[in-house]
Ligand binder design. Sequence first.
Ligand code: IPM
Ligand code: MN
Length: 358
Amino acid sequence: MTHRIVLLPGDGIGPEVVDAALTVLRAAAARFDLLFAFDVYPVGAAALRAGLPPLPPETERAALASDAVFLGAVGSPEFDKSPRSERPETGLLQLRRSLGVYANLRPAKVWPGLGVRGPFVPDHVRGLDLLIVRELLGGLYFGEPRSFDWGEGTAVNTLRYSRDEVQRVARVAFGLARSRGRRLTSVDKANVLETSLLWRHVVDDVAAEFPDVEHDHMLVDACAMSLVLEPRRFDVLLTENLFGDILSDEAGALVGSLGLLPSASLGDGPALYEPVHGSAPALAGRDVANPVGAMASAAMLLRHTLGHHEAADAVEAAIGAQIESGGVTMDLAAPGVEPLGCQAFAAAVAEKVGSGLR
Ligand code: IPM
Ligand code: MN
């Protein structure tokens, strides 16, 4: 059976990290006898520069007909002032909506052996392993009406959620909590927002279907603080679109680099896999990007689309072994240690996948 994967390298470091993920996916295919067919399509600024819309119709058609979509990153400063319909990010949002991927899984864990850099001392975050489940198709990102009127000096976005939208993502999150630490924290702003009141009620209803999962509610401001102060108290965090966007970058800082975070976006059709980081224009074309987010997204593809847990575990184990060896990219290298380039790091991980090193 051939798994048809649509590749959307996109912008900035997107193409480099997609290449790296492919190197690792090919190694997994060789070791576990998997067949992939990869097709590359434009999205984002790469499409706009070719005179196409940010999500070209052929790209959308191919994505919908695929078994899974793998995306690098979208975004480019040259389109910062363009109208919304001609922005790279619009292509990604249309793709998410078109695929109907409402549940965005963003696991964040501290890899053993990684001397965490930045403000978080290793003792504070060691063993941290959390999963953010972000609602991906509702809230301020998609709510209507929306408008921007420079002349009048007003702009509008609409925060709207329906019971069904909350229910379906909550069920995914509770289901995943069941396979982990069985603790779920739902994040909202129920002291101010009606949408959050609805969110809270629906989450309580869904919780009744999962009596084996402990759950509580937290206001998003308190949660942002708590993530910094005592990150290991959390297991699964369930939240709406914008809060999830913000908290997942915070989680990236906690684990040492945003470049480490993978994601899977699930719905009823083909799933979408992408690293959480953006296009990072300043790093593009220099072979310095951290491909772990993309490679771990490939592991999620093996797990969630193929149901091949052994292959997914092998990729994650190889990433872990490589990180533990100390050979890491610029963002993670200890002071005085020569960092590996993006492609060299990928080759090292691929070799570990191939040799079954754990
Ligand atoms: C993310 C990104 C996107 C988002 C942008 C690029 C539209 O920040 O996936 O977190 O806000 O969802
Ligand atoms: Mn983001």
